[in-house]
Design a protein around this ligand. Structure first.
Ligand code: FE2
Ligand code: FE2
Length: 182
């Protein structure tokens, strides 16, 4: 069983993950509209990852006898200054998510909830990768500056990112092999 404190905190994190998905979907829309289809693809792949993060937590709450509660998802920004602006905002947001996961882990330790601590380890590791990816792309965008040709080359590279996570949640997540989308 989950304590009320843990259940409430996990439900808030489901909402944070859903907002992450929404934010990256918005960035995908903006990038596509700006003619950067590769960036649009990268952000849409990220959208799928965030939906998986949300679903994984939703399912965990259920498996522990709790009840997932769905809160209003905040409206994300719709306009961005540049590709660099999108990635800098992505990094700031991911740093916020890392803090949320750390706070959740602290709470699980306080509540002596070992199962939730172990469950959250997956997210702790995931956040290292998320921040690393953003930092790498920010570094490249800073080198590119106003070089349109170099930007289009990066765009082509980002077009190659593929979804490696499960995208069909109709059968749940546990025990299902992730499908790789073409
Ligand atoms: Fe996430
Ligand atoms: Fe994320």
């Amino acid at each position: 069983m989950l304590t009320k404190k843990i259940e409430d905190a996990l439900n808030i994190q489901v909402n944070n993950e859903m907002y992450s998905a929404y934010l990256y979907m918005s960035m995908s829309s903006h990038a596509a509209n700006a003619g950067l289809k590769g960036f649009a693809n990268w952000f849409m792949v990220q959208y799928h990852e965030e939906m998986l993060h949300a679903m994984k937590m939703f399912e965990y709450i259920q498996r522990k006898g709790g009840k997932p509660v769905l809160y209003t998802i905040k409206e994300p920004p719709a306009v961005f200054d540049s590709a660099l602006d999108m990635f800098e905002k992505t990094l700031v947001h991911e740093q916020f998510i890392t803090k949320c996961i750390n706070d959740l882990t602290d709470l699980a330790i306080e509540e002596r909830d070992h199962a939730t601590q172990i469950f959250l380890q997956w997210y702790v590791t995931e956040q290292i990768e998320e921040e690393e990816n953003d930092n790498d792309i920010i570094a490249q965008l800073k080198l590119i500056k106003n070089d349109v040709q170099a930007l289009l080359m990066l765009d082509r590279e980002l077009a190659g990112r593929m979804t490696t996570v499960l995208t069909d949640f109709s059968k749940g997540i546990e025990g299902v092999t992730p499908s790789v989308q073409p």
